[in-house]
Every structure is written in C-alpha cells, then in structure tokens.
Design a protein around this ligand. Structure first.
Ligand SMILES: *Cc1c(COP(=O)(O)O)cnc(C)c1O
Length: 429
C-alpha cells in the first residue's frame, strides 16, 4: 500500500500509531498553520471536488484558440454527437450550464405562470430557481431517506390540477426512481425534467439516464463528473422540441445561425422567438470532448475510492453511510458525491465542528445540501416549515460530503479516512 510521500501526518496520537506508522517515514516538519496537538495531518489542503485535467484537454483548448473559432461551432457539435452516442440519447443540446438546460427543459414542458412543478428539497438551488424564473411554483416533496431521491409516494400526494412537471434529481449520482414518476406523469399529463447534474454516467434499470425522462439536464460545472469549467447538456427524444430548443439556446434565431460567419458562407437567419444566450463555446467543448472520453475511466477510479471509504467506515460508530445502501438490479450509480451522515447523538461536536476539525486537518468537505425549504427565499415563499419534510431534514442536518474525485490519489483517500477517524475518536460520546 503506497503511503503518501510528500506530507502525510505530523503528530500522531498513540491510538493511531499502529495504523499510520507506515507514513512515519514520510513525515514532514510542521510548517505554518494551526496544527492542534495530536492531529493526523497532511501538509497541503485537499481541495473538495478537484477536477482531473489532462494534457489532452489542454492541447485541445490551445488548438481551439489557434483555430480562430472559439465560440459555438464544430467542437460543440462534435461534443453533442459524442454525448448523444455515450448516453444513447436521440438529441443532445449543448448549453452553458445545467441551470440553462433545466430552464429550457421547463420551457419545453410548457411550464409557465400559475403552474406547479414538484421537485426535491434535497438539491442545489438552481433546480428550484428555474421553476421560479418561469413564474411557476416549486412544490417540494419529501425524499426517501435511504436513496436521498424523491419518494414517488410523496410526489403523488402533492399532484394538483395545476401540476405541470416533475423534476427529480439523481442525487449523489444515484438514479432516481423514474418508472413510478413516469407512470404518474402519464396518468396526469405531466412532463419529467430530470436533473442529472450528478449523474452523467448513471443507468436506471438498464437505460442510461438521459434516455428515460422527457428532458434531462446535465452539468459540466468545474467540480462535476465531466467538466467544461461551465457547461451543460439537455437530452431529449422529442424531435420537435429539440429543434425548438436548439433555437432557444441561441437567442431564438434559426438553428444553424452560428454558421453565418463560417466557410459555408452567410446563412440568412431570423428570430423565431425571443430566446436565450445559453449556448456552449467551442473553447469549453474542447475540454468536454476529452473529459467525456475519460468518463468511464474516471468513474472506475471513483468506484474504487467509494469502495475504500465503505470498507473504512462501515460499522463506524458516529457515522451513517448512504453509499452502503444497495442499488436495484440494472441501476448504475455515477458516484458524484460521497456523503457521510453524522450520528449527532453519538458525538460531542456538531456538524460545523466536524467540518472545522477536518479543515484543521487539511481536508476540504462540502454539504449537499441544506434542504431548500430551509433557505431564506423558499422558507418565505413555499409555505413549508421545519418538520414538514422530515426525511430531507434528517439528511440536511447531518450530511457532510467527503472528497471524491478522479484527481485524488489513493493516498489522498487514506488521508481523508485517517482524518475522519481521528476526529471521531476525539469526539465520541
Ligand atoms: C451543479 C448542479 C446544478 C447546476 O449546474 P450548473 O452547471 O452549475 O448550472 C443543478 N443541480 C444540481 C443538483 C447540481 O449539483
């Protein structure tokens, strides 16, 4: 087992010595910073969600710059074809964020003022914000505590004559249970716009996510599984909608208008409807082309790190491990995030204290998520209070995401494990 050479631990408490002695050889002197006594510690801060960028991406970006065509163009089209081929989606429409893709998905679903859209409270703000942008009302339904995904039974309870769409999120990369939601959609004439920001590689009952819901939005934000720094993709099987969406993502002008300055010569175009400035750039598609080709390899790396975390944390008093929840047959988890839930009754510190203690040990973490109905805007506008969505609140109060990225080394993962164990050992009731 290759212990990290540079860095690793500084002062090792007695109860740790056996386990981390392998790194003693790699001990680095304590330099700067606060280092509480008895703390297992790496020498440099482990950034949460670090992207893995290789020479291929760098060369492609440089080639794009040198090509003289940096806006939307041939690389964006190529990326769309390759993403469609990867997911099996009939249409893949590249945009500049997942937020843009979600917004366009709601427009395609015909969501407008007065409508209601049912979604999960356990998501990033963008999922619900775009509902508000369309003048509609987000209606939060509770999640299943084990999967962290929308509970179809809770969704069914919240359908009204005003409901127009359902927005499930494939939380953490784990596919949401789409079949019962599609069934509700069929019975009530609703559209499924699924948020696959975490889930580019996910498979639901043998079908790639992006081919199951009516409109699926992917994110290529800096810390996502596939990154273009900023970017997104919208997939659909609906030909007419895809035509319209290609227009809407570029000002609402006729769909091949980006070619108007190309070697094909000027193509006359006109404004078909007032659209948006949501297009992807070739400069960022250049990153995406190579990120996509490495998606499966990067997933295998994350799977390996997840297995190691699971092995290290299973049966650890003080922690609940969502990743241990088995997947149904035919599903594949995209492993975007690895959260642990703190058993607050078993610990003498709260979540903030836990995060600070990991930070003091040079480990960056994240919170995914504080349930949206507890955020100020939604608290004031969605008519829900603490206590109304108990499953989401249970997760929201306890969750801490540990580093999980293909840019990590196996030694980084061991550092995280050592730091978590150290914090727990120091703060167990
Ligand atoms: C990152 C994220 C988004 C937004 O993605 P952008 O590409 O930054 O717009 C939406 N939903 C979820 C669940 C996310 O994690």
């Amino acid at each position: 087992m290759g212990w990290r050479r540079r860095g690793a631990c500084a002062i090792v408490p007695a109860h740790w010595r056996a386990e981390v002695s392998g790194r003693a050889a790699g001990l680095s002197p304590i330099v700067g910073g606060r280092q509480p006594y008895g703390v297992v510690m790496r020498s440099e801060f482990l950034v949460f969600g670090k992207p893995r960028i290789e020479e291929d991406e760098i060369a492609e970006v440089v080639a794009t710059l040198r090509s003289g065509w940096i806006g939307m163009g041939p690389r964006t089209e190529q990326f769309e074809w390759e993403f469609a081929a990867y997911t099996g989606a009939r249409h893949a429409i590249a945009v500049n964020s997942c937020t843009a893709a979600l917004h366009l998905g709601l427009i395609a679903a015909g969501v407008g003022p007065g409508d209601e859209v049912i979604t999960t409270p356990l998501t990033f703000a963008a999922t619900a914000n775009v509902i508000v942008h369309q003048g509609a009302t987000p209606v939060f339904a509770d999640v299943d505590r084990r999967t962290q995904n929308l509970d179809p039974a809770r969704v069914a309870e919240r359908i009204t004559p005003r409901t127009k769409a359902i927005m499930p999120v494939h939380m953490l990369g784990r596919p949401a249970d789409l079949d019962p939601l599609l069934d509700l959609a069929r019975r009530h004439g609703l559209t499924i716009v699924d948020d696959a920001a975490h889930a580019a590689e996910a498979v639901y009952r043998g079908r790639h996510v992006g081919t199951v819901g009516h409109f699926t939005a992917f994110s290529f934000y800096a810390n996502k599984n596939i990154t273009t720094a900023e970017g997104g993709m919208l997939t659909t099987a609906d030909d007419a909608a895809a035509d319209r969406l290609r227009t809407l993502r570029l000002h609402g002008i006729s769909k091949d208008a980006w070619k108007r300055y190309s070697a094909d010569g000027f193509v006359p175009y006109e404004t078909i409807e007032p659209g948006f400035k949501y297009n992807m750039l070739d400069l960022t598609a250049a990153l995406g082309l190579h990120q996509l080709r490495r998606a499966e390899e990067n997933l295998r790396l994350r799977e390996r790190y997840v297995a190691r975390y699971n092995e290290a944390f299973a049966e650890t008093p003080g922690l609940l491990i969502p990743a241990l929840e088995p997947l149904p047959p035919g599903d594949r988890h995209a492993w975007h995030l690895y959260p642990v839930l703190l058993d607050l009754d078993a610990l003498t510190l709260d979540r903030h204290g836990f995060i600070e203690a990991l930070k003091a040990r040079n480990i960056g973490t994240g919170i995914h998520y504080t349930a949206l109905h507890l955020h100020r805007y939604y608290r004031e506008h969605c008519g829900l209070r603490r206590g109304d969505l108990p499953e989401a609140e249970f997760i929201s109060d306890r969750t801490v995401s540990l580093p999980l990225s293909p840019a990590l080394t196996a030694a980084d993962v061991e550092d995280v494990i050592a730091a978590v164990r150290d914090v727990l050992a120091a703060h167990r009731r």
